[in-house]
Design a protein around this ligand. Structure first.
Ligand code: MRU
Length: 351
């Protein structure tokens, strides 16, 4: 059974519940988010994380922020909605799905400006749940499209966590493995541990073990050796934002893996929904890269792992140039050797 990363409990008066991913793999617990502040904190602290899941969370956060609104007319209501939207948009900067989902929610409100405020609130909850449901289907399509690129017996290297926990329930990069396994193919994985917050070690291995897919954990700095030993047939990763030319922002370390894959002649695949593309950006250099608290690097498990006052640089993401990407897998199909023209055609449905 796939994990249910995030859900809405009850009717409009209810709240969001999400797996607190900071507590995995020790314990699988759901936390409640009853206010937009709860949701902002959950996104910021990576209780919910991964680009598509952040989008779903933001849409639910917006509902939490407007469901008790006292506004009596559309203009006042949409003004409040804009304030909650702007606030949630400050939680994390890189995954474009967050902004995509918030924009979609505002658009839904504007398209239904003729409704009374109570009906509008219901309509917004419906839209948040639609985003969640669509993600389930989108990820399954990504999985099916990606499985076509693998062969029976293949072993895949992945970085960070682009599994069910990063989406509604099935994942993007890991969906490729899940779909291949569902077809009866024997596939396995190596998971980079993914410093500093260990999404690979804590989350990816947990998910793959649950699914019965053989997985071997390695430290990030072992990937080159593992490739050189011929253990990897393909790399499959997720994405937080893909620029118009096919440059891919994903968890820091992904770029390095792409360089290693190119050096060893190993195909490097990116699996992501169309909502992860940002055609307003010409290239990856324009993607905002989140920097996080230095303590995430200087402390671990309650211990200090570096001297006090040491300078620390903490980009949470990096950009893999399109030239290093063998193909991008989406719910619509596969973009081989992506470039600006192919990306535009794919996203706008011209191919
Ligand atoms: O900081 P995180 O854990 O939110 O980073 C997540 C990633 O980098 C994922 O690979 C990406 O969001 C794709 S999730 C399907």
């Amino acid at each position: 059974m796939p994990v249910e990363t995030i859900r809405w409990k009850g009717e409009l008066e209810g709240c969001a519940e999400l797996i607190d991913q900071t507590r995995l793999p020790e314990e699988l617990v759901y936390v409640r988010c009853e206010t937009p502040e709860d949701m902002w904190e959950a996104i910021k602290m990576l209780r919910v994380r991964g680009a598509p899941a952040i989008g779903i969370a933001a849409a639910m956060g917006l509902v939490l922020g407007v469901k008790d609104s006292d506004a009596t007319d559309f203009d006042a209501f949409v003004q409040e909605l804009r304030e909650v939207k702007d606030y949630l948009a400050t939680s994390r900067p890189t995954a474009v799905n967050l902004f995509w989902a918030l924009d979609r929610m505002e658009r839904t409100a504007r398209e239904n400006s003729g409704l009374g405020v109570p009906e509008l609130k219901e309509r917004l909850l419906e839209e948040a749940l639609r985003i969640l449901e669509e993600d389930r289907e989108t990820c399954r399509r990504i999985g099916r499209n990606g499985a076509e690129l693998l062969k029976d017996g293949n072993t895949v290297l992945t970085h960070c966590n682009a599994g069910g926990l990063a989406t509604a329930d099935y994942g993007t990069a890991l969906a490729v493995l899940f779909a291949a396994a569902e077809r009866g193919m024997q596939v396995g994985a190596y998971a980079d541990e993914t410093r500093p917050l260990l999404q690979g070690a804590r989350l990816t291995t947990w998910e793959l073990k649950q699914a019965g897919i053989p997985v071997t954990l390695i430290c990030d700095n072992m990937a080159a050796q593992v490739m050189k030993e011929g253990r990897i047939d393909a790399v499959v990763v997720g994405a937080d934002r893909i620029a118009g030319n096919g440059d891919v922002a994903n968890k820091v370390g992904t770029y390095g893996v792409s360089v290693l894959a190119a050096h060893h002649g190993i195909p490097f695949y990116v699996a992501a929904p169309v909502s992860t593309f940002d055609l307003s950006l010409a290239c990856g250099e324009e993607i905002p890269i989140e920097e996080r608290d230095p303590e995430e690097v200087t402390r671990w498990g309650g211990r200090t792992t570096a001297p006090d006052g040491v300078d620390v640089y903490t980009p949470a993401f990096d950009v893999t140039p399109a030239a290093n990407v063998t193909a991008i897998i989406t719910e619509k199909g596969v973009i081989e050797h992506p470039n600006a023209q192919k990306v535009r055609a794919h996203v706008r449905g011209e191919q």
